[in-house]
Design a protein around this ligand. Sequence first.
Ligand SMILES: Cc1cc2nc3c(=O)[nH]c(=O)nc-3n(C[C@H](O)[C@H](O)[C@H](O)COP(=O)(O)OP(=O)(O)OC[C@H]3O[C@@H](n4cnc5c(N)ncnc54)[C@H](O)[C@@H]3O)c2cc1C
Length: 323
Amino acid sequence: MNRFELARPRTVAQARELLAEKKGAALKAGGIDLLDHMKEHLVEPSRLVDLKAVPGLDQIIAEADGSLRIGPLATLAKVAAHAGVLKTHPALARACGEAASPQIRNVATIGGNLLQRPRCWYYRLESYRCLKKGGDVCYAVSGENRYHAIFGGGPSYAVHPSNAAVPLVAYGASLVIDGPKGPRTVPIADFFVSPTKDPEREHSLAAEEVLTEIRVPAGAGLKSAFDEVRERQAFDWPLVSMAAALKMEGGSVKEAHIVLGAVAPVPWRSSRAEQALVGQPLNEASATAAARGAIVGAAPLSDNGYKVGLVQTLVRRTLLALA
Ligand SMILES: Cc1cc2nc3c(=O)[nH]c(=O)nc-3n(C[C@H](O)[C@H](O)[C@H](O)COP(=O)(O)OP(=O)(O)OC[C@H]3O[C@@H](n4cnc5c(N)ncnc54)[C@H](O)[C@@H]3O)c2cc1C
């Protein structure tokens, strides 16, 4: 690992200054993903700007109207155990509580979780100059692709790695970002970048911007859940995950948000599954129809066709559990 300088700002404004003033400076939250990148020589920052010293950035506020304001430095463990989050947004608590291992969840932050880079083995290996690193090949296409995208893939097929992003998209959260032109708020669904737009990025945060808050609209009256399938119950990323947020009226689904994780380069909203639910009671028939809808358009690579069956099973199972 190269030598670097460590800076501990006390405000977001100082953090931005420290970031802008030195070429190659990088923000650090829990450091789980950043340090992995540094150890693999994928990034070599000249200065680490440690956001952990900024007071208040780790707060979670459950507002009286049932909405949440979550500081990006709140750890995954803190989000998972927060009484307000558990009460109004259980899918978010579960997604954070299932990620990684207890040790990692105690350090990793929700902001860093949204901004972590993909786990594709070709991307993570220094010797492969893949599309994500400015090369012109996605090695997964003709290589080892069992963990890669079955939706929205191409030209890069790495899947989005964040558990937290999946329920946050389902809940219609937005992100508050502070930058040189002042703060801006972006719907989280618009924040993630498809590889067709830019294969080298997964999100639209600019180099000198800081994520300062995650806002989650009120969850009252919603039925919501998160579930996932892993190869083993250990510190693995899911093979497939999903979040559902359903607004019910008179025993029927009035509005449905179904989002799939680990199957596409961005959290994948399944409009066909949503259409199958709206106007229907939540039961065996509608859950089965939604599960069928969820796999429409899947385009597996050579080794990841098994994900299609997993999606169908997970969608049906999660909706039936909610029913
Ligand atoms: C063994 C293992 C298993 C894992 N399993 C899972 C899993 O199942 N599901 C899952 O979702 N994740 C999993 N992870 C990933 C882990 O959850 C993330 O690496 C972690 O959440 C990143 O958060 P961090 O605070 O450490 O971020 P950091 O590593 O500090 O930062 C990550 C990136 O975000 C940027 N950044 C951080 N905060 C801000 C901010 N406020 N503003 C602007 N930029 C910022 C940093 O500059 C960096 O580029 C696993 C990791 C490991 C090592």
